[in-house]
Write a protein that binds this ligand. Structure first.
Ligand SMILES: N[C@@H](CCC(=O)N[C@@H](CS)C(=O)NCC(=O)O)C(=O)O
Length: 360
């Protein structure tokens, strides 16, 4: 029974992909996965970056009553706009759901998808989308009520689990339960609000998603339903969920810009460059490496041009307007209680995985 469900899910994913790319070639002159696209030129011509985001995940991507977007993922949209257009405000945000996000990118509705999206082989190949660099290393968890009596997923034989459609979460959940011979009933939703309502009504025994998502949802769990203290995240991590921005396949100029903006923000943190000191450091870089990162001259020498097709000093714009990786992390994720020290998201120099290849 579960195998049939899994096969149906995979077939549906293939059908969705085929449909979205049929649409891409018919409806959109901007994007074509097979012929390649030049999104960088389109963004330059348009003077605006179209970023597909989450509008309902505190810390990562939310929309305020005045229509403004904020969050960790949103800051990477801003950083790419600052790099290409010199202005982090030149972003048009499109809210996407877990199920429609890949179609939005494939069809050309958005230039870039930054929505707590996990890098997987099938998304890379079958969906013809390219992951640039992980910005947050996550893993899937399970949240339950403190008074449920569950201390481990192993205790959850026969449980009903709330889960979002079109996610890695749904697939990992099945691997975990059927893979260990445990029965369970998935209760699936397209978006979080009805899922949360079902969880509050105790129509499911557990809520599974990325641990960052659980931290976010737990932190804002309403007092009327018991508040954050009523919930706990079980210790087990079910999967690897490297999250980051993605572009369409065969769009290498744009892909390179997005990837090196992310790396640049990581390198800036490693080099001690932040939004407050970037302009003074750029006017007198302490060494050639910092000068290369900032597109500045070292002791009157020539400025390195990496030929990204954008101004050489793009990282100065990114860092002054948005900040380095650590500033972005601290601004949005520390308030959720997502401790960086000792986690995979620490700098590599501190034992984590946040590492930028050399700017040279
Ligand atoms: N990282 C996983 C899960 C992404 C996902 O959809 N996460 C949930 C919770 S962390 C979410 O964004 N929910 C917001 C919503 O759909 O309203 C994936 O790429 O499939």
């Amino acid at each position: 029974m579960k195998k049939i469900k899994y096969t149906l899910l995979i077939s549906a994913l293939f059908a969705m992909t085929a449909f979205s790319f049929a649409c891409a070639s018919e409806d959109s002159s901007e994007a074509s996965s097979s012929g390649g696209s030049n999104t960088l030129q389109q963004v330059l011509d348009r003077g605006m970056l179209k970023c597909g985001v989450n509008d309902n995940l505190a810390g990562f991507g939310v929309v305020a009553a005045d229509g403004s977007f904020s969050g960790f993922d949103i800051d990477f949209c801003k950083a790419v706009a600052a790099a290409i257009l010199g202005d982090s405000g030149k972003v048009e945000y499109t809210p996407t759901t877990a199920s429609n996000r890949f179609e939005a990118l494939g069809s050309g509705e958005i230039d870039l998808l930054i929505r707590n999206t996990t890098w997987t082989a099938s998304r890379d190949r079958e969906l013809k989308q390219d992951f640039t660099a992980p910005t947050f290393y996550d893993g899937q968890g399970m949240m339950v009520y403190v008074d449920s009596g569950y201390n481990s997923i192993d205790d959850m034989e026969g449980a009903t689990i709330c889960v979002l459609q079109g996610t890695t979460t749904e697939l990992n959940l099945d691997d975990r339960f059927t893979g260990t011979g445990m029965s369970y009933t998935p209760l699936t939703f397209e978006t979080n609000d009805p899922l949360q309502a079902a969880f509050e009504e105790k129509r499911c025994d557990g809520w599974t998603t990325d641990k960052s998502g659980l931290a976010s949802k737990r932190a804002s769990f309403p007092a009327s339903a018991g508040g954050p203290e009523a919930l706990k995240v079980l210790p087990e991590t079910l999967s690897k969920e490297p999250l980051g921005p993605l572009t369409r396949d065969n769009d290498s100029e744009f892909y390179d810009v997005v990837q090196w903006v992310v790396f640049g923000m990581m390198q800036a943190e490693e080099s001690g460059i932040n939004s407050s000191n970037v302009s003074s450091i750029a006017s007198n870089p302490p060494n050639p490496g910092v000068a290369r990162l900032l597109g500045a001259s070292f002791e009157g020498g020539e400025v390195q041009d990496f030929s990204f097709g954008i101004p050489k000093d793009f990282m100065q714009k990114v860092i002054s307007q948005v900040g380095n990786y650590g500033e972005v992390y601290d601004r949005h994720l520390v308030p959720l209680g997502l401790e960086r020290a000792g986690s995979l998201n620490a700098m590599w120099t501190e034992g984590g995985l946040i590492y930028a290849p050399p700017f040279r």
